[in-house]
Design a protein around this ligand. Structure first.
Ligand code: Z5A
Length: 228
């Protein structure tokens, strides 16, 4: 076959779409990731659902260390490096191969979480450097920010947890969670072409409709994809 240098071969599948969900605890990310994946699959699309920290065998091991708080004693930079290491493995083994195969990938959290959570204790230029190394050019096409006052999100997460133990991040104070909410909103303001902010205080069905509208309009589902 005659393929000009740099051109994709005719049989290569087009790259899939990469959607990330961000927001504070209890914003409804996991529930909405599931709903969106089901709706896209209902349109005949091949969808991979994943999460951070985690999403690949290596990254899931690091998740355990991070959420148990075992890395906290090493300080914010070491924690940020661990999130980056987990992300590099996740991108390499799960996200990039799926996108290259033309599949859709929906991730429950991605690098905006590092910008917000680790950005409080590590210099922004270091956070961005680690991000660059970890993602190696694989960036979301669309990021849905589920916005909810920290108090509401924490109450939801607490009700779901019941008597269970709060993780390393959940146990931080309300002011810290509210600062993170503002930090997420600032990121969305800085990159309006990538982000859509959805009011997550509404009931789950209304939130899901707002997300679907964003996905349809921002990612331009082709007619065949819509009606399949
Ligand atoms: N972290 C970090 O520091 N740096 C990083 O780079 C990354 C992460 C990637 C991962 O926690 C932690 O890692 C996270 C940040 C840090 N901090 N914490 N904690 P995780 O994966 O264990 O959990 P999470 O990401 O924070 O999500 P969550 O607390 O599980 O919540 P959620 O996924 O957003 O919500 P949910 O599970 O869909 O819903 C929570 C409950 O609310 C549940 O009972 C639902 O039925 C209910 N719910 C959901 N939507 C609604 C609405 N609309 N109305 C009423 N009730 C609702």
């Amino acid at each position: 076959m005659n393929v000009s240098p740099g051109a994709a071969p005719a049989f290569a599948s087009p790259r899939g779409r990469f959607v990330t969900f961000e927001g504070g605890e209890g914003a409804g990310k996991s529930s909405q990731v599931t709903r969106l994946a089901e709706r896209l699959r209902g349109r005949g699309l091949d969808v991979v659902v994943t999460r951070e920290p985690g999403g690949s065998p290596g990254a899931e091991c690091v998740r355990h260390v991070l959420l148990e708080g075992a890395a906290e004693a090493f300080g914010p930079l070491a924690e940020a490096c661990l999130f980056a290491a987990a992300r590099a493995d996740h991108v390499d083994r799960t996200i990039r191969p799926a996108l290259d195969a033309g599949r859709w990938v929906i991730s429950d959290r991605f690098y905006d979480s590092t910008r917000v959570y680790q950005g409080g204790g590590v210099a922004p230029e270091m956070v961005r450097l680690l991000e660059q190394v970890a993602v190696d050019g694989t960036r979301p096409d669309l990021t849905i920010l589920l916005d909810v006052p920290a108090e509401i999100g924490l109450a939801r997460a607490g009700a779901r947890r019941g008597e269970g133990v709060a993780d390393r991040f959940e146990k931080e104070d309300l002011a810290t969670h509210e600062r993170r909410r503002l930090a997420f909103l600032k990121l969305a303001h800085e990159e309006p072409e990538r982000f859509v902010v959805v009011d997550a205080t509404d009931d789950p069905g209304t939130v899901a409709e707002a997300i679907w509208f964003a996905v349809e309009t921002r990612l331009g589902l082709a007619p065949a994809e819509r009606s399949a």
